[in-house]
Ligand binder design. Sequence first.
Ligand SMILES: Nc1ncnc2c1ncn2[C@@H]1O[C@H](COP(=O)(O)OP(=O)(O)OP(=O)(O)O)[C@@H](O)[C@H]1O
Length: 273
Amino acid sequence: MLLTALGVTARLGGADVLRGVGITVAPGEVHGLVGPNGSGKTTLLRCCYRALEPSAGAVLVGGEDVRRMRRRSLAGLVGASTQEPPALGGLTVHESVRLGRTALRGWLEPMDGEDERIVDDAVAQVGLTGFAERDVTALSGGERQRVSIARALAQRPRVLLLDEPTNHLDLRHQLTVLELLRALAADGMAVVVTLHDLRWAVEYCDALTVLDIGEVRASGQPGDVLTPALLADVFGVDGAVRDGGGRRLLDVRGLAEGGARLDGDGTVMEAGL
Ligand SMILES: Nc1ncnc2c1ncn2[C@@H]1O[C@H](COP(=O)(O)OP(=O)(O)OP(=O)(O)O)[C@@H](O)[C@H]1O
């Protein structure tokens, strides 16, 4: 396995928001993390790229505990695109993506032609070549999201972690990103992606892990995991995975009976789609 999380418990604001969570991701696999709002998906990703230290358990990449790795070694192995990509004013798209290479080289080591080619490739992979010289603060939310993905790609990582990469994207760009993930996996990358749209999770992921209130509810192939009972219980929707002529598809018929969960203060929570 390229990425393994073992019994990860994470504490935030005095509470365990992840409890004993494990995932394994092989090279060539697109692994989807799904679950309702607040179930711990982002927190698990943060543990995987060492933005947060688990209070128990460990994350291994290539068999090595990420806590023991030097920052630059980790940057060469794990690239991450976060949900709220920072827009650094005064940087162009190209310069912002270049930061992915800087993470590997350090500030003082000059870039060479190979680095520049990798940056150009990453910008092209997310379809932003025409915006390369534009200031990132002058981009739309979706374009910024793609800059963040390109920056992670510029690290040429073996493990790519993406937090809601299709957020803010129009339908065409959602599909472009999802197809890109498949292509990266076909080249041997291990990809972990959080997705709220379960239909994309079913179609584009080889395996899914369902988190619910900080714990793993199910893990495995999408069709085995997203049973009608689990869809109703965890996501509050009436749905089923079916074979659509060689393609896995998820049909959602609506809210499950009693599917709209009430929050503590009585607010009706949206179902997980
Ligand atoms: N800095 C923090 N301090 C305290 N609690 C936090 C903090 N960050 C997140 N949490 C809580 O941890 C839990 C898990 O949050 P997390 O962001 O991992 O969920 P998520 O599954 O990614 O949610 P979403 O689908 O809404 O993005 C939530 O209950 C959240 O309120």
